[in-house]
Design a protein around this ligand. Structure first.
Ligand code: BGC
Length: 349
């Protein structure tokens, strides 16, 4: 077990940010930077133990800050906040007051606004005893229109069981919506091909139906007989053409006890035998099939990152919860502690 630290680059404001590489005895490696709390690389074994990088990302900070990246803004590997996914028309009311947020994904608010937690520099503490690093960010009152000063931390640690464990915590001094998630795009072939051949199982009997701007209508629909039924394994590509809006970009309602850490998803890449299991304490998972990747960015092997070169499994509360009274609550009150644990576990068979 060890942690390596190196310089990752300088932000436009001249702040130097670092890259931390966690390694375990099995040779698995995870690299994370304190810019955006971004996971830049995950070297995971196939059935013969051969390591490949299974997340989309870049070798230096410039990859995440250059114009092309800012334009397409795919949130590669980042921690997303203060509110992951969409809030309808960027509006919500809390304790009788209306709040207005940036409509950066017109007509809606997406992933925390113009400068979300994915684009800020986080404080760092190395945690050698758990082969991890803890990132901390203090989001000021009114930042991106959200009420209250929010103190957020996220810890990444790599276990000897090849688990990447994410532990989140947040506290506030005023009531505020909080919905943190992790936005890695996985490709278990190591970007050798797209993700349509990956087999996916989701522990979800329902999904949140969305309108044409990807805002939930409030309806939880049974997946049975639909292309959203991943209760048994199906390849991502098998029914994707039947999904309106260009592919999967939906929140699934996990079958689980509230707050308990439970299996949410299993992904198997048949050729390499790489397997990823996702466990979470959250009630939902956004399965996004990389529909908006447009070939303008360059992948780790020098090829364009085209549509469906990666998929996300973003464990979260449901989109637009601040405007959906029937969805699980996302408002954090002063004195309460927001907690989330999500585990991405890798193996090969
Ligand atoms: C959203 C997509 C969005 C993507 C990148 C996902 O979490 O659901 O609609 O395009 O993030 O921003």
């Amino acid at each position: 077990m060890h942690i390596k630290r190196e310089t990752f680059g300088k932000t436009k404001d001249g702040i130097e940010v670092q890259l931390y590489t966690l390694q375990n005895e099995k040779g698995m490696q995870v690299s994370v930077t304190n810019y955006g709390a971004i996971v830049t690389s995950v070297l995971a074994p196939d059935k013969d133990g051969k390591l490949e990088d299974v997340v989309l990302g870049f070798p230096s900070l410039d990859g995440y800050t250059n114009e092309a990246y800012q334009k397409s803004h795919p949130y590669f590997g980042a921690v997303v906040g203060r509110y992951g996914n969409r809030i309808a028309k960027g509006k919500f009311a809390l304790n009788g007051k209306e709040y207005s947020l940036a409509t950066n994904n017109a007509p809606n608010h997406l992933h925390g606004g113009n400068i979300g937690f994915d684009q800020v520099v986080w404080g760092v503490e190395e945690l050698p005893e758990q082969n991890g690093v803890q990132f901390t960010y203090l989001s000021p009152d009114g930042e991106e229109g959200y009420p209250g000063t929010l103190l957020v931390s996220v810890t990444y640690s790599l276990t000897e069981e090849n688990e990447l464990v994410l532990t989140y915590k947040a506290t506030t001094d005023q009531a505020t919506p909080v919905n943190l998630t992790h936005h890695s795009y996985f490709n278990l072939t190591g970007e050798a091909e797209d993700i349509l051949g990956h087999g996916l199982t989701l522990n979800a009997d329902q999904y949140t139906v969305v309108n044409d701007t990807l805002i939930p209508t409030g309806e939880l629909r049974n997946v049975t007989g639909t292309p959203f039924d991943f209760t048994t394994a199906h390849s991502i590509g098998e029914r994707i053409s039947q999904v309106e809006g260009g592919g999967y970009d939906h929140n699934f309602v996990l079958r689980k006890t509230e707050g308990a850490l439970a299996l949410a998803a299993t992904v198997v890449e048949p050729q390499s035998g790489r397997i990823m299991e996702v466990f979470t304490t959250e009630p939902g998972v956004q399965f996004y099939s990389g529909n908006f990747l447009d070939g303008t960015l360059t992948g780790k092997k020098g090829q364009p990152i085209t549509k469906r070169m990666g998929f996300c499994l973003e464990t979260q509360h449901f989109p637009d919860s601040p405007n959906q009274p029937t969805f699980p609550n996302t408002v954090l009150e002063p004195g309460q502690v927001y907690r989330q644990t999500t585990v991405y576990k890798f193996s090969g068979k």
